[in-house]
Design a protein around this ligand. Structure first.
Ligand code: NDP
Ligand code: MG
Length: 390
């Protein structure tokens, strides 16, 4: 039986992972499940799957979790420390699906135990790519991409030589406002931004899709995952969300990965790797679909996207600063404190402030230095947001 843990079990990726696990229960021993505010879901899944431990990120919800687990054998725990401790429990395969920079530490700890890391939490590679790779290497841990574009690239590269790769293209749906007049985007509400045309995902990543901050994170993730140069990475708007990525080779061939917009494909690929097993996803009928369309993203509509290449040029801690400022700008947009298009301006300003500090940018990357930089960047982004409002 494979021992598995799911970090962010109550979220969109976590629930899709559990859906796959439930279809073949006898194959898995569930070690740890974690969540934050959704105690009822966390407890129900932990009891149903016979988990060893259930952890909520929220210390103030420990009593609720204990009550919900009463009468079962599942251990209850709370707080970021308890999540990291749960990650230290021996497991063969760990799903990293917490949203935001909070997902970094449990992934690192899991790899330190040698677990295979199924990485949905793109923020891990964006904030601390060097560190993540170093830990994986030191402990012989494998990282498998779960983000659909990166899973697609990974699959297109099977059996290929990286030296033959010319470019990597990741696609973007264009998000909720792809057909809106740009002038209207400034007035867009969080509720409008949280409706995705094709994918059913968590609120934060859905809003990040509308702004293309999600794609900016994925450009950085592409560089970190596959080691290509920034200018080899391209983004195309593909409204159908069926071609997830393409890899272009030296001989002119383009290998495209085509599949339904259902995260259970990428999750299942990572779960069964290196095998391919039956997955309960739609089989595409291309004759019925008829046509696939692609276009270059309009930089005026998606000011966040360009920042990804700025981050790659600055290097070092720039990804950590970018992500921290993005998380703060997103909080402020969700709270109606800033407008939709202000998010990119806040992140750019935060990045500009810190990029002049070469000591900070080039500091040795450890969990501590990353967390300190993350903290500083959040503080500065908050000040920038407050000043904009005033
Ligand atoms: P959700 O918002 O649906 O779920 C997030 C999960 O993290 C929930 O379990 C939530 O708990 C938990 N959580 C929230 N805050 C904290 C915290 N501070 N500490 C610990 N746990 C926390 O997100 P998604 O599932 O959509 O996304 C998860 C990750 O996967 C993100 O990094 C996202 O970018 C990435 N991803 C998601 C895709 C998707 O299709 N959804 C596609 C590709 C990548 P609770 O709900 O109980 O509050
Ligand atoms: Mg993606």
């Amino acid at each position: 039986m494979r021992r598995i843990s799911i970090f962010g079990a109550t979220g969109s990726i976590g629930q899709n992972t559990i859906d796959l696990i439930r279809r073949d229960r006898a194959a898995y021993k569930v070690v740890a499940l974690t969540g934050a505010g959704n105690i009822a879901q966390l407890a129900a899944d932990a009891i149903d799957l016979g988990a060893e431990i259930a952890v909520t990120a929220r210390q103030d919800r420990l009593d609720d979790l204990r009550a919900a687990l009463a009468g079962s054998d599942v251990i209850a725990a709370a707080g970021a420390r308890a999540i990291a401790e749960a990650a230290a429990r021996p497991a063969d395969w760990v799903m990293s699906a917490i949203v935001g920079a909070a997902g970094l530490e449990p992934g690192i700890v899991a790899m330190q135990q040698g677990a295979t890391l199924a990485l949905a939490n793109k923020e891990s590679l964006v904030t601390a790519g060097d560190l993540v790779h170093r830990v994986a290497h030191a402990h012989g841990a494998q990282i498998l991409p779960v983000d659909s574009e990166h899973s697609a690239v990974f699959q297109a590269l099977i059996g290929e030589d990286m030296a033959a790769v010319e470019r990597i293209t990741i696609t973007a749906s264009g998000g909720a406002f792809r057909d809106w007049p740009i002038a209207d985007m400034a007035k867009a509400t969080p509720e409008q931004a949280a409706t995705h045309p094709n994918w059913d995902m968590g609120q934060r990543i859905t809003i990040d899709s509308a702004s293309m901050f999600n794609k900016a994170l994925e450009v950085i993730e592409t560089k970190e995952f596959f080691g290509v140069a920034p200018q080899q990475i391209e983004v195309l708007v593909h409204p159908e969300s069926l071609v997830h990525a393409l890899v272009g080779f030296k001989d002119g061939a383009l290998m495209a990965h085509v599949g339904p917009p259902d995260m259970r494909h990428a999750i299942g690929f990572a779960l069964h790797h290196p095998d391919r097993k039956h997955l309960p996803v739609e089989r595409l009928n291309l004759a019925h679909i008829g046509q696939l369309t692609f276009k270059a993203p309009n930089p005026e509509r998606y000011p966040a996207l360009r920042l990804a290449w700025d981050v790659l040029e600055i290097g070092g801690m720039a990804g950590c600063i970018f992500n921290a400022a993005k998380e703060k700008a997103l909080d402020a947009f969700i709270d109606h404190r800033i407008g939709f298009l202000d998010m990119a301006a806040v992140v750019e300003e935060t990045l500009t402030v810190f990029s002049a500090d070469s000591c900070l940018i080039n500091a040795e990357m450890t969990l501590d230095t990353v967390q300190q930089t993350d903290h500083l960047a959040r503080k500065r982004a908050d000040e920038i947001i407050a000043n904009r409002k005033g």
